[in-house]
Ligand binder design. Structure first.
Ligand code: C5P
Length: 477
């Protein structure tokens, strides 16, 4: 039903884009700097360039009035905004007249759905599609790209990367649902992506097994996560053959039988741990998505690793590298991307250990945890920090809110529902409501959202969040 409505809306939307391209317009794609932002911006830019457009891509950490001012000053002929700008249609129209479209999946106010007479907002929710789990911005950009030209169906594999990057693998055992599933079928049908049920280790294609286990933070296993030595001895003692011909074997190279032995070893370890629930073993097994066209042992072969690399590029201020990779660059760009992702992991690791060692940084009442990242966490890394914290056993079950003071004097917040959280609160609605009440901007999804507020409003904002979390007006459905 939603997809029929979407198909109908895609026609005039693509006609608009075609005419912009035919006019020889200079197009600027403005996108978010996370994995979904980088993939969606790259997908639509690739499609536009293939259609003959002059087009560049730029990433920003969020859409706000100063970004819109810069767009206006830039004075390009046309703007395609991806993975950003929900609820800001009126601001775009005011600044850019009719020279813009948005392709997005974040929930938008009903008002914006009803007033989009010119069809400039291509947003999943408008067509009854749940943009939180059924399609990310990368999938929406792919729908536009493939409607522009069927040949762009080869970009379906990038939409798969965006879906795992946005944690939309929310079906049983990390499968895809809704439109993501359909796009995946296309990618499978074209031989671009293989799907298997497997142990989901970080670095499936690239890391020695014990390192992959140590680097896996979803689920977080106390005593193993980030503890390479423990992982090594656990696997060695379980008789797992970790090396072959003097070379470490990577998880993707182990047989089914060996994988069962690995899982058994981890399960036995978890049983002895007081901090980790036995259920994590279940969480370790799920569908993995392999990009068949990428080299074995490359960070781009496993879709989750690919998305992590893109996220790292964006968060560390090197989005251009991620965009180049998405648009087909390999060699030097891939090497740069790999270095960036190593640096990113080191930085994250030091943030998390500082947060837990400096106790004053966490205010936790058992239901909500407020984490103060002031002077520590770079604002572009906030989302990654809150995602990681939401998988930590220490904060299990909570609504987690992480903040950092930006250089411009505003506070940026990132919030997540932690593992095992049963709260029915919709974080996206809460962030939008409380940020707006504080004269800031915010939004997002039920389980992951963010905002930016002026610093004097901090206390009122926190009070608002605390009361809204228990207010049925802001519950998930
Ligand atoms: O920045 P963070 O990763 O915490 O964002 C979580 C989700 O909330 C993302 O999907 C992001 O695009 C969305 N968000 C938003 N408006 C903001 C900040 C974040 O819609 N001001």
């Amino acid at each position: 039903m939603g997809e029929t409505k979407l198909a109908a809306a895609l026609k005039p939307f693509c006609e608009k884009l075609r005419s912009v391209v035919e006019n020889g317009s200079d197009i600027s794609v403005i996108t978010h700097l996370d994995a979904d932002g980088i993939t969606s911006g790259s997908i639509i830019a690739t499609a536009l360039i293939r259609a003959g457009a002059k087009c560049s891509v730029r990433t920003v950490s969020d859409m706000n009035p100063s970004v819109i001012e810069r767009m206006k000053a830039d004075d390009r002929d046309f703007y395609v905004i991806t993975d950003l700008g929900g609820g800001m249609a009126a601001n775009f129209s005011k600044a850019l007249k009719d020279r813009w479209v948005v392709i997005d999946h974040h929930q938008i106010p009903e008002q914006e759905m009803l007033t989009d007479d010119a069809g400039q907002v291509m947003n999943a929710w408008k067509y009854g599609i749940d943009g939180g789990v059924e399609v990310p911005a990368g999938g929406m950009a792919y729908m536009v790209a493939s409607a522009l030209d069927r040949k762009n169906r080869d970009l379906s594999c990038m939409a798969v990367v965006s879906a795992v990057g946005d944690r939309q693998d929310q079906g049983d055992k990390k499968s895809f649902i809704g439109l993501n599933k359909e796009i995946l079928e296309t990618a499978k049908g074209l031989g671009l992506v293989n799907v298997d049920l497997d142990i989901m280790l970080t670095g499936r294609e690239t890391r020695p097994l014990h390192e992959a286990l140590a680097f896996t933070s979803f689920p977080y296993i106390d005593g193993l996560t980030w503890n390479r030595d423990n992982c090594h001895s656990l696997l060695k003692n379980a008789g797992i053959k970790m090396k072959e011909n003097g070379r470490w074997r990577v998880p993707a190279e182990f047989s089914q039988e060996e994988k069962s032995a690995i899982l058994d070893a981890v399960a036995k370890f978890v049983v002895t741990s007081s901090k980790t629930s036995a259920a994590v073993i279940d969480d370790l097994v799920g569908y993995v998505y392999t990009l068949a066209g990428e080299d074995k042992r490359s960070q781009l072969r496993d879709a989750r690793e690919f998305s992590t690399l893109l996220n790292a590029c964006g968060r560390i201020g090197r989005s251009g590298v991620g965009i180049a990779i998405c648009m087909g660059d390999r060699d030097a760009m891939l090497t740069a991307g790999e270095e960036i992702s190593a640096q990113y992991r080191t930085t994250l690791r030091s943030y998390i250990s500082t947060i837990f060692s400096e106790k004053w940084r966490v205010t936790d009442d058992g239901k909500m945890a407020f984490v103060n990242g002031d002077g520590l966490v770079a604002e572009d890394m906030l989302g990654a920090v809150s995602s990681l914290l939401s998988g930590s056993p220490t904060l299990a079950g909570r609504l987690v809110f992480v903040r950092a003071l930006s250089q411009d004097g505003t506070y940026k917040f990132s919030s997540r529902k932690a593992l095992g959280c049963t709260s029915s609160a919709n974080l996206g609605l809460i962030m939008r409501h409380c940020a707006e009440a504080a004269k800031g901007t915010g939004g997002g999804h039920s389980a992951a959202a963010g905002c930016r507020i002026p610093s004097p409003a901090l206390d009122d904002f926190i009070t608002c969040v605390r009361s809204s979390a228990n207010d049925p007006k802001f519950s998930a459905s």
